[in-house]
Design a protein around this ligand. Structure first.
Ligand code: 5GP
Length: 417
């Protein structure tokens, strides 16, 4: 199987589809898939002019790329069971015109990898000619090739628990490791920091589901849980240190399992090489992907300010409002009868407003909502309205480089200076 890089196509796919770069296809073939069933007949035409030859004559075509995390779970099954290319041929989605081509979307409505085209008549497929979602594809192949190689189901409840937890709580936020700021928020998480923290918390939860014995997650035999979690741990092991190198990326038992598999199991070693090859060469060395990702490339290296000490309650302030994210307190040198400062507790790079990025959308909203609530509080001396000001930089007259909102009121303001 080839894992050579195709950088030009990589960029197109990266921008237009998901966060998985294209690498050249796994195999070469022609341009049309022809498939049929008792009830349907589907002819998937490729974007090329050669519309005659079938893309593959194998029983199944898996559309996938070596870097694909979810596809890797299916590839682990194919490699472990030593399925032939007549059983399953692995082909790049680019051969269908890319993940967002109409041809590919007909196979996989979300435009994601992997997708399986079922070309042979199989009772297990129940008339379906295409499957998407790696868990569905994996379980179909496990049933279809149940008599070949490991079952991947040695401890079903434990394996299923890990698979489900992985798919619901890790897969949905793992983009926090590599998505650009413009793709935030991630599910329930407004910023990268909180998504990464939830990701790590769920790795620990999954660790708690592991068997205490054997090399694999469910004991001595490989399971679907290993196939599902291992690729995600490749991403985590490689990317989490970019955000915080002070602690190990994987919790201890998971780390032992991960190291064991990548060094002592040839199939998982192959999966590791396939994914890492693209992550290191294309994502890192060629595209410098992390340079612009907040906390991975860009960091808050500005010196701390007096406001950090106020947040830490090391120096006193008259605090009027506080929650998990913000702190509001009276200005020590008020320039109006009512003068409150609202600050984020975690500066997180926001020394001043010109540093704001999509990573800060949530906290900026919280600051303004708090400012509005404060301006509405007559007990703080506010009347009918307030002036809300953010000073930015030298020209803006900013003195403290920890973003803050001034809420000024208690009198009728004059024109802006
Ligand atoms: P800037 O000029 O940076 O927009 O505003 C900084 C504000 O912080 C000033 O209005 C200043 O009076 C206030 N400030 C500076 N140090 C302290 C402090 O130690 N305590 C309090 N409560 N306010 C402070």
């Amino acid at each position: 199987m080839s894992s050579t890089k195709s950088i030009g196509v990589f960029i197109v796919l990266l921008l237009s589809v998901i966060d998985i770069p294209n690498v050249s296809g796994f195999s070469s073939a022609s341009k049309v898939i022809t498939s049929s069933s008792a009830t349907t007949s589907t002819k998937l035409t490729m974007s090329s002019s050669d519309a005659a030859a079938p893309l593959s004559t194998s029983d199944h075509v898996l559309f996938d790329l070596p870097v694909s995390n979810n596809g890797a779970r299916v590839r682990a099954i194919i490699y472990k069971k030593q399925l032939s290319t007549q059983d399953v041929e692995i082909i790049s989605p680019m051969r269908m015109g890319g993940l967002k081509s109409l041809e590919y979307l007909a196979l996989s409505p979300q435009g994601l990898m992997p997708a399986l085209s079922i070309q042979k008549q199989t009772p297990l497929a129940n008339g379906m000619k295409h499957l998407s979602e790696s868990d569905t594809i994996a379980r179909y192949l496990l049933a279809e090739y149940a008599g070949v190689g490991p079952s991947f189901q040695p401890d079903n409840p434990r394996s299923n628990q890990i698979c489900r937890w992985h798919d619901v709580y890790l897969t949905t936020i793992q983009g926090c490791l590599y998505k650009p700021a413009s793709r935030l928020p991630l599910g329930d998480y407004a910023d990268r920091k909180s998504a990464i923290s939830a990701f790590q918390k769920n790795l620990k939860v999954i660790e708690g589901f592991m068997s205490d014995e054997g090399m694999y997650l469910c004991g001595d035999e490989v399971s679907l849980a290993d196939a599902s979690l291992f690729p995600t741990c490749i991403f985590a092991n490689y990317m989490l240190p970019k955000f915080d190198s002070s602690q190990p990326p994987l919790p201890p038992k998971l780390n032992t399992w991960f190291d064991n598999l990548r060094t002592n199991d040839s199939v998982f070693a192959k999966i590791y090489d396939e994914i890492m090859d693209t992550l290191v060469t294309s994502w890192e060395e060629t595209n410098h992907r992390w340079d612009s990702i907040w906390l991975a490339g860009q960091r808050d290296e500005a010196p701390g300010t007096i406001f950090d000490k106020i947040v830490a309650k090391e120096i006193p302030a008259t605090i009027v409002k506080e929650d998990e994210h913000i702190l509001a307190f009276k200005d020590i040198n008020p320039v109006a009868p009512a003068h409150i400062l609202v600050i984020p507790k975690d500066r997180n790079g926001l020394t001043n407003l010109r540093k704001a990025s999509a990573e800060h959308t949530d906290i900026l909203g919280r600051l303004l909502v708090a400012a509005g609530e404060i301006a509405n509080d007559s007990e703080l001396g506010f009347g009918d309205g307030a002036r809300v000001v953010i000073n930015d930089g030298y020209d803006g007259g900013q003195e403290v480089y920890h973003i803050h909102v001034h809420v000024l009121g208690g009198k009728k303001m004059g024109p802006m200076a």
